[in-house]
Design a binder for this molecule. Structure first.
Ligand SMILES: *[C@@H]1O[C@H](CO)[C@@H](O)[C@H](O)[C@H]1NC(C)=O
Length: 390
């Protein structure tokens, strides 16, 4: 204690005050700042103004000099939903539900890492201010925002030159702007791992259109992404749906045929009864592998209504939260280049926040996977360059 006060005094004398400056111009020494941090830096889980997991909050869109390896970004937009609205309040609800994730106590025993105390600088970039009045403008705002945020400077070499964005939705349509930005930043089509009760590859022409048709919906963004060449078409570059249980259009399998033609592979929700989480994991990994860039899109309605009633288009018969977490851990080897957690509509959730809690947990598991993959790839690279030197 004495030592600290002596340091304090010395640095005080050494500061502007001793040179005749005013006290409010005093320069803080690193020791003093460390002392303040030790005294006041800790946030209890119920403290703070509500960034994701108590991460530093920076308005990255207006601070383009900000550096990060992973950014959490909110997309509070729900004007492309087909049933219950309210997902514009999703980012707030997910942040609130993440409050018991603090860097102090965030070691993930399933993954063997603490994503908040590792190589990546993770920041909460706040929300994209998306207009609720015009979907063309909204789409453009999201596209530009993702492009700008995705170009920011990473801090660690393990990021391999590009930061990763994890978007809190918002309705699912935000995946289209996210894929546009990835296409520009990576210069190639990517593949998608899509957890959802629904296909979301619906051709908008299938809707009644006597009054003109709108393409940008939360059920057609993957169809649009395919049309725009954002998704890989190659026979070795398929994308994957997991957790499907939606009803289909019309009287036959046309939706599935169209989905297959768009290069998707499907895993239905109830396949888990026969093959278990391990079977689902093996199926997903055998299609996607560990090398190709994958955009991971998690619609919270992949969970059963019992576990996630707070969503816009609920479907009975989904997975449990535990099953989804298990599957997310099983696919940690994927090369995830961006992710979203969408369709949390908190007005329909219970008072215990189960839906938003599940979404916050999904983000935590994705962060854990990105951290682990970065460590593994870094180690591989090191071994590789070591061989070169020999
Ligand atoms: C994939 O096929 C669709 C439909 O034929 C096409 O519009 C799209 O541009 C193709 N994508 C790529 C990456 O070539």
């Amino acid at each position: 204690m004495k030592f600290v006060s002596l340091l304090h005094l010395l640095s005080f004398i050494g500061s502007g005050y001793a040179c005749g400056g005013h006290n409010d111009e005093k320069e803080w020494s690193s020791e003093e700042l460390a002392e303040l941090e030790a005294k006041w830096g800790h946030e209890w889980s119920f403290n703070g103004i509500g960034s994701f997991a108590h991460l530093d909050y920076v308005k990255c869109l207006t601070n383009p000099q900000e550096t990060y390896d992973i950014a959490i970004i909110g997309a509070p937009f729900d004007n492309a939903v087909s049933f219950r609205p309210g997902a514009r309040f999703g980012p707030r609800a997910i942040r609130q539900a993440s409050s018991r994730q603090t860097s102090l106590r965030a070691f993930n025993p399933r993954a063997n890492v603490n994503p908040y105390q590792n190589w990546a600088k993770i920041v909460d970039c706040g929300d994209i201010p998306i207009t609720p009045f015009d979907n063309n403008i909204a789409t453009e705002q999201m596209t530009q925002a993702f492009k700008n945020l995705g170009r920011a400077r990473p801090t660690s070499s393990l990021s391999q030159g590009r930061p990763k964005l994890i978007t809190l939705g918002g309705d699912h349509s935000l995946a289209l702007p996210a894929l546009r930005s990835l296409n520009e930043i990576y210069g190639r089509p990517v593949r998608v791992l899509h957890f959802d009760a629904h296909l979301d590859t619906w051709d908008p022409a299938a809707y009644p259109s006597a009054w003109g048709s709108t393409h940008f919906t939360h059920g057609s963004m993957f169809w649009m992404a395919n049309q725009e060449g954002l998704l890989s078409n190659s026979s070795t570059g398929q994308s994957v749906h997991a957790g499907l249980r939606t009803r289909l259009s019309g009287t036959d399998w046309a939706d599935h045929e169209s989905d297959t033609a768009q290069n998707w592979v499907r895993f239905a929700a109830d396949e888990i009864d026969d093959i278990g989480t391990k079977g689902i994991i093996d199926g997903i990994m055998s299609v996607l592998g560990t090398e190709d860039p994958v955009y991971l899109s998690v619609d919270i309605d992949v969970l059963d209504v019992a576990f996630a009633p707070g969503t816009g288009t609920p479907e009975p018969g989904g997975w449990t939260t535990r099953e989804l977490i298990r599957i997310l851990r099983g696919i940690e080897g994927l090369n995830i280049v961006g992710a979203d957690v969408v369709e949390v509509s908190p007005a329909y959730q219970g008072r215990g926040e189960e839906t938003a809690l599940a979404a916050a947990q999904v983000v935590y598991e994705i962060l854990s996977s990105i951290i682990k993959k970065g460590l593994e790839d870094g180690a591989k690279e090191k071994r590789g360059s070591g061989r070169d030197e020999l």
